[in-house]
Design a binder for this molecule. Structure first.
Ligand SMILES: [Zn+2]
Length: 132
């Protein structure tokens, strides 16, 4: 999970402003994937092949996702473009997750202060109608 932020020193206004920034910046990336990119070197199985003793074949790149209970699903990536796309997709997921985690921490802090996590950002002041 993401690192824990020290939000206690920040004012409500700062927290809400940061939250608004996160929300505006946070579009769910179309190509995100929750998986790991794994590099593997393999033996081919031919008894006479050099890979039986020396250098294995590869690298091969797999996209692997894990399920609870230790089950996993892998797909072999074909070509440099697909590897690059998969790498970007994994990074996009990590960024989205980090943004969501920070949002969660801010809302936790708001609730701790008995401020509503549903409030909009900084209260909007209209000209000529300032409340005191
Ligand atoms: Zn071989």
């Amino acid at each position: 999970m993401g690192h824990s932020l020290d939000l206690r020193a920040q004012t409500l206004t700062e927290l809400r402003r940061r939250r608004t920034t996160l929300l505006h910046r946070f579009h769910l990336p179309t190509g995100l994937v929750h998986a790991s990119l794994v590099e593997r070197y393999l033996r081919c199985g031919k008894a006479t092949c050099h890979c039986q003793h020396g250098n294995k074949h590869g690298p091969f790149y797999y996209l692997t996702r894990s399920f609870s209970g230790g089950r996993a699903q892998s797909v072999l990536l074909k070509g440099a473009t697909q590897v690059q796309e998969a790498r970007a997709a994994v990074a996009a997921y990590a960024r989205a997750l980090a943004a969501m985690d920070e949002l969660s921490q801010i809302n936790f802090e708001l609730l701790r202060r008995q401020a509503s996590p549903l409030d909009q950002a900084a209260p909007k002041r209209q000209a000529g109608r300032r409340s005191r």
